[in-house]
Write a protein that binds this ligand. Structure first.
Ligand SMILES: Cc1cc2nc3c(=O)[nH]c(=O)nc-3n(C[C@H](O)[C@H](O)[C@H](O)COP(=O)(O)OP(=O)(O)OC[C@H]3O[C@@H](n4cnc5c(N)ncnc54)[C@H](O)[C@@H]3O)c2cc1C
Length: 402
């Protein structure tokens, strides 16, 4: 059996290894259009490669996927984050889980993952062809699949497409022309640009637990928030950008956000807290009693944004002063004007639509013998190892060639 894997990235390598493990007699080739394979793995996770997430249950794991969660819930029963970690351990790659659930090789180097894939494909006899761009798939009545590789036709029995996310729909034309439906690609995982002079004072500050919502929508995310020189970043923003990828694209990345600096306590809860502080610390200056675990820099900013002097005593605030603080703490509004890529780490929301795929086998419903794996699918995750996990799982299932 001749098998071609189109794309020499994470999903392509994992699929190739699995195909040979499932079908030792198969002749497997990886066709990679660029000069280098595994380029994204190399730069992933800041060069450390966050291979998966340590979520303890499948239900917890699927929460990391704004798109594709339903399909992945079933696919993870076949091959989940637990199995991936076992797989790497069996191949001699030791992994560690960090306190936030991200899993990395203990070497803290993505090269360890690359070396593992290279040695596996070497041992298993997978042929790796770089500068081999596939531009067309031709289907034939005898079930063979012809690929146009660098203008030349080559015949295969089975083909797995693992060409990664395509930021533009034109990049998927060759698959659309075979009848596959495409879910329009838009970027996911980005930070928010804010043009607010006063915010510059906060640059570099982190609010450990903020809740950010997009005004006029149900989009909401809670977590650490980082103030950068261009606006807001950090896990809360990245999560919001992922879950809101489509809605925010429609808004052309122009929208208002509300920040609750207390991590989502209600107006009433914050009001109650502030009144307790007034009672317990009447003679303290605002500056000298920081509530809700905010940093001093952020607290000074919140006081000044509420038009209050930092030296004012808590007892002197009065109802009006409390209301001003309450408003800034729970409903601090900013105009977002555009987005910025997060550390060049982005994923594509959208891709080959699930309508065109049998989600049990990852086989195309349009072309028999053609399978899909990785980011080309309409799956994407938040940061934390979720995107690689989706690549490993879909590649594992596709490689059964069922
Ligand atoms: C900077 C950065 C850091 C990241 N870090 C992490 C992380 O730490 N953890 C995590 O979970 N996710 C991370 N991601 C996301 C993750 O890298 C991707 O989701 C994952 O690489 C997708 O794997 P893939 O094999 O589907 O696609 P890719 O890795 O993009 O591989 C696709 C390959 O196919 C090739 N190709 C495309 N078209 C053709 C064609 N027509 N013919 C032949 N070859 C073709 C491409 O050249 C490419 O080599 C990161 C992304 C970026 C950009």
């Amino acid at each position: 059996m001749k098998v071609a894997i189109i794309g020499g990235g994470a999903a392509g390598f994992f699929a190739a290894i699995q195909v040979v493990e499932n079908y030792p007699e198969a002749k497997v080739q990886i066709l990679e259009k660029s000069k280098k394979t595994l380029a994204k793995v190399k730069v992933s996770g800041g060069g450390r490669c966050n291979v998966t997430n340590g979520a303890k249950t499948i239900l917890e794991l699927v929460k990391g996927y704004p798109r594709g969660a339903n399909k992945l819930k079933k696919l993870f029963r076949e091959f989940s984050n637990v199995e991936v970690q076992k797989w790497f351990a069996e191949k001699g790659v030791l992994l560690k889980e960090e306190s936030d659930g991200r899993v990395f090789p203990i070497s803290d180097s993505s090269q360890t993952i690359i070396d593992c894939f290279r040695s596996q494909t070497d041992v298993l006899g997978v042929k790796i062809r770089t500068s081999a761009a596939v531009s067309q798939i031709i289907t034939e009545s005898n079930m063979a699949i012809t690929l146009v590789v660098n203008e030349e036709e080559e015949k295969y029995d089975k083909v797995i497409v693992a060409t990664g996310g395509s930021p533009k729909v034109e990049g998927l034309k060759w698959l659309y022309s075979l009848g596959h439906k495409i879910s329009d690609p838009v970027p996911s995982l980005f930070t928010f640009n804010i043009d607010d002079w006063s915010l510059r004072k906060l640059q570099g500050s982190v609010c450990k637990n903020a809740q950010v919502s997009v005004q006029g929508t149900k989009l909401k995310a809670t977590g650490p928030l980082l103030v950068t020189h261009w606006g807001f970043s950090g896990p809360a923003i990245l999560k919001l950008s992922a879950f809101g990828a489509r809605d925010l694209a429609i808004k052309d990345y122009l929208f208002k956000i509300q920040i609750n600096w207390t991590g989502g306590l209600s107006f009433e809860e914050v009001s109650e807290n502030l009144n307790q502080i007034v009672k317990g610390n009447p003679n303290k200056q605002l500056l000298n009693y920081k509530p809700f675990g905010v940093t001093e820099k952020l607290w000074v900013y919140i006081i000044s944004k509420s038009n209050l002097p930092v030296k004012k005593k808590w007892s002197e605030l009065g109802k009006k002063g409390i209301n001003k603080l309450l408003n800034t703490l729970t409903n601090d509004v900013y105009d977002v004007k555009g987005k910025t890529t997060f550390k060049e780490e982005f994923v594509t929301c959208g891709g080959i639509a699930w309508d065109s795929i049998d989600a049990k086998t990852m086989q195309s419903k349009e072309v028999s013998g053609l399978y899909f794996a990785g980011e080309i699918l309409d799956i994407d995750g938040i940061t934390g190892g979720y995107n690689f996990q989706a690549a490993w799982t879909t590649a594992y299932v596709a490689a059964r060639l069922r």
